[in-house]
Design a protein around this ligand. Structure first.
Ligand code: SF4
Ligand code: SF4
Ligand code: SF4
Length: 240
């Protein structure tokens, strides 16, 4: 997709979600107005827009799939869309990126990728508005979208925050995908992993760091190695 062709037609949709990620889009303020100069929103319940269209250049979908009706809606949107973005952790992972919930989640929910092809993912609960803006601009301009593989820790260190591990707190920043500007540790709260595992997450090293500091090791951490190898396999298959 490129602006050279025409103003791209974009739809913004919700499945099962709290709409917190869409709110983050609305929070873009002036940037949202700039975005609207580059794209044409043709379908968005939240924005109150419903135009006639046959196809979409870009579908942005928040939420996970929790019913047959939502599954059919998702497949229909996919069939009409050139590019599809999964917006936020409900869409990316059926919100099982909350690491503490991964192992025992009772929720019968499916991520978008479990049902249709997803072209891009924007993680976070909620998403980071600026990351959304940058990614959509890159996609609309036809640029190569590069996922940053930094951890929350890398961003936290740049802000020169005092490390919460040294205060005996269970911070998952070392194994969590960055991009939120270390939001929680910058405000004195441990990262609980809402953006999911980073590509190079070293879970054993984090367990060791907890042990060295006398921090109780959460039971779910050892199970994350299995989750990580599944994700590594999935990523390998996607890139083949
Ligand atoms: S990812 Fe979080 S903020 Fe976004 S829709 Fe789901 S629950 Fe709400
Ligand atoms: S507070 Fe958390 S995110 Fe920040 S450096 Fe320490 S472990 Fe990493
Ligand atoms: S610091 Fe961790 S829990 Fe907080 S927003 Fe970032 S990834 Fe999510």
């Amino acid at each position: 997709m490129s602006l050279i062709d025409s103003k791209p037609k974009v739809g913004i949709f919700n499945l099962s979600s709290c709409e917190g990620c869409i709110v983050q889009i609305l929070n873009l303020g002036d940037k949202l107005l700039r975005l609207f100069e580059l794209i044409e929103i043709v379908d968005s319940r939240v924005l109150g827009i419903k135009k006639d269209y046959d196809y979409l250049d870009l579908a942005i979908i928040e939420g996970c799939v929790m019913s047959e009706e939502e599954k059919e809606k998702l497949v229909e949107i996919r069939n009409r869309s050139k590019v599809l973005i999964a917006l936020g952790d409900c869409a990316v992972s059926a919100n099982k990126n909350f690491m503490k919930d991964i192992v025992n989640s009772p929720v019968e929910a499916k991520s978008l990728r479990q049902i249709v092809k997803v072209d891009y993912e924007i993680p976070g609960c909620p998403i980071n508005s600026d990351e959304f803006y940058d990614k959509v601009i890159e996609i609309v301009m036809g640029k190569k979208v590069i996922d940053r593989s930094i951890t929350v820790c890398s961003e936290c260190i740049l802000f020169e925050n005092d490390c919460l591990l040294d205060k005996g707190l269970t911070c998952l920043g070392p194994i969590t995908r960055g991009g939120c500007n270390a939001l929680c540790p910058s405000n004195g709260r441990p990262c609980f992993g809402c953006r999911g595992l980073s590509d190079d997450a070293n879970i054993d090293a984090l367990i060791k760091a907890f042990e060295e500091r006398g921090i109780p090791v959460p039971l779910y951490l050892s199970a994350l190695n299995l989750i990580k190898s599944l994700k590594d396999n999935e990523r390998r298959m996607r890139n083949e």
